[in-house]
Write a protein that binds this ligand. Sequence first.
Ligand code: NAP
Length: 484
Amino acid sequence: MSESSVVDGVAKDLFIGGKWVAASGGRSFAVHDPSTGQRLCEVADASPADGKAALDAAVAAQPGFAAMPPRERGEILRRAYEILLARNEELALLMTLEMGKPLAEARGEVAYAAEFFRWFAEEAVRIDGGYAVAPNGNGRFLITKQPVGPTLLITPWNFPMAMGGRKLGPAIAAGCTVVIKPAEQTPLSMLALAGVLAEAGLPDGVLNVVTTSDAGAVMEPLIRDGRARKLSFTGSTAVGRKLLEQCAEKVLRTSLELGGNAPFLVFDDADLDAAVDGAMQAKMRNIGEACTAANRFYVQRGVYDEFARRLTERMAAQKMGRGTEDGVVVGPLIDDDAVRKVRELVADAVDRGARVLTGGSEVDGPGHFYPATVLVDVPRDARMSDEEIFGPVAPISVFDTEDEAVAAANDTEYGLVSYLFTNDVKRALRVSERLEAGMIGLNQGIVSNPAAPFGGIKQSGLGREGGTVGIEEFLETKYIAVSL
Ligand code: NAP
């Protein structure tokens, strides 16, 4: 399986109404390999008219799909799950080529995306309802759930397949048709996923994929059109805020999975080996380009030096290189802007008094690389206390008391995830309750799981994906008042 055969094997057109079609005017844009900067291929560049055609197809397919038996919808997802596992190797290579993450992580992401299909295949047949006696004893209430309707999905580049799987799984299970727009930098994984779902038997028009170099021009008219009934978005808080405003006009249901600024607390009583392992996972998964990435490490004074020493030793040993090479953990960042931003944030922290224990240097050669870096004594006024680093940089600060740690952790507009390492069960529960986040990693560095409700509070978003609540985001509750 060569790199070129994997790229050649993916359809590069728009997927509308069950057919692969060129963009109007035959326009296309380039996709690049971030480890070399080289062009991989061209994909169709949808216009607003193509976007409208995609929404037309989703609207036309909605009644038929809503009427499909839930078991059949579930079986389509189950088949897609099996195809993804069977093709894991080629899909992982495709993802590494367009996004840069190491192959081992890309394999993990294909399996993670597939798990959403398996989970929601099982949820499709568990959509519940109710029957109740009215309080006055005369009437009866019938409660049923129905698909929200045609749905717009927008996904980011950092998890190019899993973020699609996390939305498509529940949308399909619930009986919603979809127009999905992947990120411009990583459209290939989504195009491949569309091929898998078509092969699994998804009816024409249920899934429509528009790739475009002008997200705003294509998506805004669809949001304002009024026929789509829901928007589910994963991406930055800045774009999420703008989309929420657009959704207000036609009162679209919205699910927003936005940015994070995760604190990682290590108390004196923590198991330090577990804390360092957890720190490596929370920081280095996806080269630090994850909404769940630990962005700020707060370590209690008694273990501060030892934690920093051990983390530095581990970080300094991480191999940097192209994601296709054996043993690489630090792949390239997505583009030059990402490298520039990480460089700026590190320089700013150092200017304000932080010390570099490893990394922090420029990398020569092609590709968008930044080395694994540890900073200590990072002051509160460093920009990285407030901004997502989105790179392999671990900033560490000291604290003395539990109150101080909780206050520092919550001192952010974000509230996606917080990590907490302590062996004191009372402290674990007390601090977990006080941390302002939708998810807590308690003595573990990874929280994502298709069977658990993923999502944030504050400006990290609205709604939850995964778990038993994930499908609710795509369902409306209807109540029928029955007179006896
Ligand atoms: P982004 O710039 O917000 O882009 C996300 C998606 O929105 C892309 O498909 C993008 O298209 C599209 N988009 C941009 N402007 C738009 C507009 N005006 N109208 C409609 N769509 C628009 O974010 P990103 O840089 O790709 O992703 C990184 C961010 O995502 C980080 O903040 C990260 O924390 C967050 N994230 C959150 C979660 C979560 O579950 N909470 C998961 C992963 C990532 P183009 O690519 O074509 O511009």
